[in-house]
Design a protein around this ligand. Sequence first.
Ligand code: ADP
Ligand code: MG
Length: 229
Amino acid sequence: MSRATIVIQRTSDSEEATGALAAGLASVLASGDVLALEGDLGAGKTTFVRALAGALGVDTSLVSSPTFVFVNEYPIPPAARNALAGGRITHVDAYRLTSEEDLDALGWDRLFDHHSRQAATDSVALIEWPRRIAKALPDECAWIEIAAAGPSRRQITLRLPGSWESRPRLEWLRDREPTKCRVTGRWVSPTSATYPFIDERARDADMYQWFTGGYKTSREIKPTDEENV
Ligand code: ADP
Ligand code: MG
């Protein structure tokens, strides 16, 4: 029996906030996952892939829209602290494909396992313009929809297979939002172990602020305050 799709909706007001969500998604992925990215030109599909890859230790300067080459592959360094370490990301842009037959010529077989219809076993696949190759997609795909709602505002919807429910950190991805670290001002992934801080140093610095009175109420407490209680 298939479980209900997990739907996660977020609003992002900056590229960095989108990146923090992408990093959260990166941390729940497993080999063989296929992610379909929908959205108009300029919505932020490639930006999302870049941040996701970066969160897995990939050199983000390698990540560009593969519109003209159709597919890019990025190795995930073995040192990455993730189940995918040592594998690779397959980044597909199907914008220019006119038919599913084109896929054979492009080596689709090498990228995807025919039987499971998943990405090859050491790979996670991210596909821009997936509807152009709808028939070649596996039954169990994660769908990421990005819609522009202003110059730097995006509505992002993640639709994840119900079978992902039991994955580590999925609950954090679902229940928490990316947030700005109040010490460094940088965006924090919802699945970070140091959430809502960017790292342990920021968390320690924050605690230090509290103990030394660095955080104060916005004005002095006046004796009359008590009367208002
Ligand atoms: P696509 O691959 O969907 O065509 P790109 O990722 O190449 O889109 O481009 C998205 C553009 O939108 C980038 O220039 C990025 O900086 C910009 N942008 C502005 N605000 C956001 C946001 N909140 N999230 C993601 N991208 C944003
Ligand atoms: Mg793109």
